[in-house]
Design a binder for this molecule. Structure first.
Ligand code: HEC
Ligand code: HEC
Ligand code: HEC
Ligand code: HEC
Length: 245
């Protein structure tokens, strides 16, 4: 299968899982997190009256054929400022960064502040959210607070990049030597995710949108029990750099 078809296959498989096998564990995990955006949510950002939790991201039915994976209206923004450094091997300049796609685009459709949190595809009307000054405005878009990333992603980890053996070899044979990548990536929690052209790093490499496994509660929505444990799945040592969001 070529990359695009594999991407599509993955998405169809995903939709099948969502529609047929929705596990109750996901409900239990997410209920006490900030991703419970329903009226029962524990965070600042929540609906005025909507009681369903999954609906903000997943569609029960009526999914748009163009975007079968998710229920949230996608961001129209196409220009993000991407991470780049002179030691990065994936792409040669900021301008050559790959377009943001896959699950990262879903995350950013709330977190870049350009689309209302309650703007979903399966309903004609938007879910009305409680306005919180400095966090979420009357139009339902994030404007500040910990969840607001905006469109400048230059301080964050590179995303939507393909991560394959060729990249690992390239980085690991660079002169002078750079912090090394591991290969292959075999881990129950941290998985390479589909991009348009192959499998690679998306937001969901580090974050699990349904729950936080970090024992200290930080980083938020973490795939592993500590910050470093997540990095060490792909890196041989924590690479120097100020990566944060
Ligand atoms: C804030 C957005 C968001 C919410 C809310 C959300 N999910 Fe998800 N869900 C995702 C994303 C993104 C993925 C793909 C993540 C991945 O595979 O790494 C996903 C994947 C899944 C999967 C596929 C299996 C898996 O874990 O990879 C299932 C099943 C699922 N979600 C169920 C649910 C249920 C049930 C709810 C409500 C209780 C829910 N989700 C709420 C974003 C969300
Ligand atoms: C439907 C909208 C929506 C989607 C989609 C979404 N989020 Fe969120 N997320 C939020 C909101 C709202 C908050 C809470 C913001 C606040 O309290 O200021 C949040 C909080 C978070 C936080 C915690 C911030 C903190 O410091 O506590 C992280 C991390 C996060 N999201 C990551 C993700 C990732 C990764 C994805 C994609 C897999 C994603 N989100 C998808 C709406 C969304
Ligand atoms: C390489 C791992 C990694 C990837 C990939 C990643 N993050 Fe994070 N993210 C982190 C870490 C670590 C933190 C905690 C940073 C801190 O506290 O300074 C964080 C924090 C956050 C926060 C909370 C910000 C705050 O100020 O508290 C949000 C929201 C978030 N990430 C969303 C995303 C989204 C959306 C993506 C994809 C576009 C993404 N992350 C990709 C590691 C990652
Ligand atoms: C899913 C695999 C994966 C995970 C998990 C991961 N990384 Fe990365 N990271 C990569 C890849 C691939 C690159 C791109 C390397 C390149 O292009 O040279 C990269 C690049 C980086 C870079 C930039 C290197 C440069 O030369 O500019 C830093 C810094 C970094 N990662 C830090 C982290 C930290 C910190 C964590 C944990 C919070 C983390 N990474 C988790 C795969 C991962």
């Amino acid at each position: 299968m070529n990359g695009k078809r594999r991407f599509k296959f993955y998405i169809l498989h995903f939709v099948f899982c969502i529609s047929v096998l929705i596990p109750l564990s996901a409900v239990a995990g997410i209920r006490d997190t900030k991703h419970n955006l329903s009226v029962s949510g524990p965070g600042d950002v929540k609906a005025v009256s909507e009681t369903q939790i999954c609906i903000f991201c997943h569609t029960p039915h009526n999914s748009s054929p163009a975007k079968p994976l998710w229920n949230h209206e996608m961001t129209a923004v196409v220009t993000y400022t991407n991470y780049w450094s002179s030691t990065l091997q994936s792409y040669a300049s900021e301008a050559e960064a790959p377009p943001i796609d896959g699950f990262s685009k879903l995350c950013l459709s709330c977190h870049d502040g350009t689309v209302a949190i309650g703007s979903i595809i399966s309903r004609w009307e938007e879910i009305i959210m409680v306005t919180v000054p400095g966090v979420i405005d009357e139009s339902g878009k994030l404007t500040g607070g910990p969840g607001y990333l905006g469109t400048d992603l230059s301080g964050g980890h590179p995303i939507s990049i393909i991560f394959d053996e060729a990249l690992a070899n390239k980085r690991n044979s660079a002169e002078p030597p750079l912090s090394r990548l591991k290969w292959p990536i075999v881990d129950p929690d941290i998985k390479l995710r589909p991009t348009q052209n192959g499998f690679g790093v998306q937001c969901t490499a580090c974050h699990d949108p349904h729950e936080n496994r970090a024992v200290s509660g930080w980083p938020p929505f973490w795939q592993k029990s500590t910050h470093d444990e997540a990095c060490m799945v792909c890196h041989e040592a924590i690479p120097p750099g100020d990566i944060e969001w």
